[in-house]
Ligand binder design. Sequence first.
Ligand code: ADP
Ligand code: ZN
Length: 710
Amino acid sequence: MTPKEILKKFYGYDSFRSGQAEIIDAAMQGRDSLVLMPTGGGKSLCFQIPALARDGFAVVVSPLIALMDDQTAALQANGIPAAAVHSGHNESDNRAVMEALFEGHIKLLYISPERLLQEIDRWSDRIPVNLFAVDEAHCISQWGHDFRPVYTDLARIKQKYPCVPIMALTATADRLCRRDIAANLNLADPFTWTGSFDRPNISLQVVNNPGMKNKMRLIASLIRKHPNDSGIIYCLSRKSAEEMTERINALGFRAVCYHAGMTTHERSAAQKAFINGTVQVVCATIAFGMGIDKSNIRYVVHNNLPSNIESYYQEIGRAGRDGLPAHAMLFYSMADMITLRNFAEESGRSSVSNEKLQQMLKFAQAGVCRRRILLSYFGETAAHDCGNCDICLNPPHRFDGTTLAQMALSASIRVGGKAGMYMLNDILRGSLKSDIRRLGFDRIKTFGAGRDLNVAQWNHYLSQMVQLGLFEIAYDESNHLHPTPFGMDVVYGRARIELARYVPEQTKDEKQRRGRIPALDVPTLSPEEELFEQLKTIRMAISQKDGIAPYMVFSDATLHDMAHRRPKTLEEMADISGVGERKLVRFGSRFIQAIRKFEGMTATLPQGSSMKQTLILYNSGMPVPEIARERGLSESTVYSHIAKLIGEDMITQFGTLLTRKQYEDILDIRRRYPDNYSDHLSERLRPLAGVAMAIYNYQQRHAAARTQNH
Ligand code: ADP
Ligand code: ZN
């Protein structure tokens, strides 16, 4: 089968996304490759399809043990034999997988790097590995943010199997990291693909220091907007993840937390609840979500400034993988900066980390299209503003902020540079907090000079002044703000600055109230949306009955396509994006029935549909007992389908049905006992009689046709 045929048959997709065909082609040619694509870009297909297209199997190295089972389950749902070996399984299961692998029953083996390194020494040179895929390959680089020492030993793959192609994949690699990957894995002249990092369906929003009440209002409005979908809230610490979970639950939503302080059991329960859609929100520390292929994550919130743009981008990339609109909301404050700097210092790699942190801060404080900043960070140039970020949607109004800056700078100078951001804010507004009085800051000339503005406004403007380079933060002196030489120029009137006007964040509810648009209690759904909701209910029922995650049944994008095009037969259903053969047979009719009912038709599928489903599975090479199991039919029913299909010339290959000998035995017994031959057949042969007769008739028919033609 060609890659394109595999794409349709197993995944139900009609065309490759940009880069996939080229990357697959390189692997098929036996060439190493380095694949950089954003999360959700479609990396998995790049190694799965070559694994299927060629003899042997592919080995997929992944550090994400918790998710391997998820990935293999998703493959199995598509009818692809895949399995995982890692420390989360017991030893006898792992051994059974290895046996099945060497017997040729598995096309994709997911394995942890530790385990692969143990195994590889024992493997013979002749085992038929057709590809090594190294996922999350940036873990190999000390310059990345996720270095894993065990990854550096993966160099042994190339030493042992110099002729097997390696495909390294990652969503986050700057130039240095890219070089490390190629060098450490010994890639030979790799085919390199850098996909576009643009995810235009994710709208970007950054909110500076909104205060807890506002923050919760914004989060609540996100959850309310997507009651049946889910979101992730990333928090900096376990404690804040727990607090956030409580706050959300207190508002009547369903949230769980996920962090490294929980037991493995608790964590996998949280992850399951999230994947199955029983909770709406996971409040997580960074440990959550790598590799999750849940396609209906509609929003990702960062409760704090992330420590670098790579992590931020990877985390927001978990939203909207189905390509439908999704939202990324980032909250930050100067206090985050200080916490993160301390983290960086503790990690001992502070100069690289600080550089990355500064870039992140620049993004958060930006006054130009945020997507342009992101794309340029990843080395892409965008010709247009995106129109889908807060800056594009609500361009900042600028004003001459020189006077405000002079006020703040002179206050800072008068207290001898001994005030941090929050203290300076208090001084400017004339707050009589005890610290201020104790230090005598209430007696300086600029005390209270800025009392026309409130805390949030001053916060906003002081952050901008730092960003503009009027102040620097003295991290080694209690994070006090010190005027810079440029700041002094402003003080003396030698330079002027502009500030972006502070606009309080409003939730949609508030805007509606102000604009007097009546807020509807019950949202009215269009027919398409209504059908979509019905299809989701069916998906949930299947998911619960079969014990697989809803997104493994069908993604939201697939259900939307169904709701839009309304397939009423198996053929039409096969045309829907994301409906491969296996899922067509396994789930298709349930959805077709619902659509037919919705359209006011009889729910029953057109005649012959059941036979067609048998045909699809038969053509995919599945043996009859398995077809029967898969379809929940008896073997004799399946055999009768097959006999009919042979009668209609729909099946013309009989080799897997019965042996030549069985066929001849049946014909022989029939010759001898023409009246009641089936009574004389053995148990083994009896179910095959109908098929044997169909084949006999087929051959007679075709022999007759041949003689007529000559
Ligand atoms: P990544 O590994 O890069 O994060 P995935 O491989 O998980 O991304 O793909 C993300 C989503 O896109 C999955 O739901 C996948 O089924 C879908 N997808 C991948 N390739 C295609 C394609 N050619 N056409 C349609 N959907 C695709
Ligand atoms: Zn924009």
